[in-house]
Write a protein that binds this ligand. Structure first.
Ligand code: ADP
Ligand code: MG
Length: 389
């Protein structure tokens, strides 16, 4: 169903929206499970995300509505806010909490959100709604924060107001993303390079496995532990503070120090994946999509075999992609165990890819995946045209 957001705003609030803001979601193109090992990640903003329409009101209240959710909230303007159950509006409320606590004078505002991004599937709709709200409040109420400060504020909302323990990559990517550029990012130092990533005749297909990511959190913690074990053993002979300081040849020379074969597999993935990110940046900068595609498959294979964070659903997507001549590369993206995979698919072949994948996947998994088409898009900003999505 198409949504004419300006019309929906008018219908819901009886007044015209004055501003429309947009923040994308993100995918990580390559560099998986290495941010907590001091490695490089390579996310990009996608062209799916969260729209936020606003108009001032004279009632001195904050009104929150979302096309995606039934619940709505009307809150008075206060000096601080508290999380209210598990409702969606905690995300924007958390952002506003940090604005008012920081001394920004907020006035009555009617707000309408709409996400055309799959919500709760690992594409970071949460960072998207946080960052769009932070950007809008900064613009509308002259918060005076830099973009990086908004990113840090949004992360604080996720970590402290909502209570989800996550890194900086998501908020950073949705704020700083640029059209046709991947962001090669060091999550510790926040140094990053915007790498030219012209997809040419290809688009970014995002495939939601539609499998709930149940295992992700406990397995994530287990992997963090395993990497720490590997690091401690290597530190017996090497002066390093994280695994990603090692090149592949140095790791090969010292890997005998790792006693447990499973832990050895984990560390082997980490070191090689970090190297793949650097190779991927070179391939993209040289416009060599075929090489980039090979690195995507290699990354998936390593996450499946060595890091063991894939699963039958994500594997089925990548297996099918490898058989389709119009696909140049595919891999799981995000923490794994469900969520989404990405594939580079020829623009004019998305329909046949979707049909073939759906048949293959449904036969294997028992239900259908959802396929979304995206390009590498811009980060958060204000839009000046009517939005029908
Ligand atoms: P992900 O970030 O992977 O999409 P999360 O569980 O971290 O999944 O965040 C999803 C939550 O973010 C939703 O349950 C909802 O509370 C909030 N959210 C995201 N997008 C919207 C939206 N368009 N409208 C209202 N709430 C949203
Ligand atoms: Mg999230």
């Amino acid at each position: 169903m198409k949504h004419n957001l300006q019309q929906e705003f008018q219908k819901l609030y009886g007044t015209e929206a004055q501003h429309t803001f947009f923040s994308p979601g993100r995918v990580n193109l390559i560099g998986e499970h290495i941010d907590y090992n001091g490695g490089l990640v390579m996310p990009c903003a996608i062209t799916l995300g969260t729209y936020m329409l606003t108009a001032p009101n004279n009632d001195g209240v904050l009104r929150f509505k979302s096309v995606n959710f039934k619940e709505e909230l009307e809150a008075p303007i206060q000096n601080s806010y508290q999380k209210d159950g598990d409702s969606w509006f905690n995300y924007p409320l958390g952002v506003i909490h940090y604005f008012v606590k920081g001394g920004t004078a907020v006035q009555g505002l009617d707000m309408l959100y709409y996400g055309d991004i799959p919500i709760g599937s690992g594409l970071s709709s949460s960072a998207s709604i946080e960052v769009v709200t932070a950007y809008a409040f900064n613009e509308l109420f002259k918060g005076g924060f830099s973009k990086l400060e908004l990113v840090l504020m949004a992360k604080k909302v996720e970590n402290e107001f909502i209570g989800v323990n996550s890194g900086i990559m998501d908020q950073f990517a949705v704020a700083f993303g640029e059209e046709n550029k991947a962001l090669m990012l060091d999550c510790d130092t926040l140094d990053y390079e915007a790498v030219d990533s012209n997809l040419g005749d290809y688009l970014l297909a995002i495939i939601n496995t539609n499998k709930p990511r149940k295992l992700a959190e406990s397995k994530y913690n287990e992997r963090v532990q395993e990497c720490q074990t590997a690091l401690k053993e290597l530190q017996l002979e090497l002066d390093i503070s994280n695994l990603c300081e090692l090149t592949v040849p140095i790791f090969e020379q010292f890997k005998h120090l790792i006693t447990n074969p499973t832990v050895l597999n984990r560390a082997t993935h980490v070191v090689a994946e970090n190297d793949r990110v650097k190779q991927a940046a070179k391939a993209l900068a040289a416009n060599n999509l075929a090489e980039f595609g090979k690195l995507m498959y290699a990354s998936h294979n390593s996450l499946q075999q060595l890091y063991e964070v894939s699963g039958a659903e994500l594997d089925a997507v990548v297996e099918y992609a490898a058989t389709d001549k119009n696909v140049i590369g595919a891999r799981m993206t995000g923490a794994g165990f469900g969520g989404c995979a990405i594939a580079l698919v020829k623009k004019d072949s998305l329909d046949s890819f979707t049909a073939g994948l759906t048949e293959y996947y449904t036969a294997k998994v028992g239900y259908a995946p959802s396929v979304y088409s995206s390009l590498i898009g811009n980060g958060v900003g204000e839009l000046h045209e009517a939005v029908i999505v």
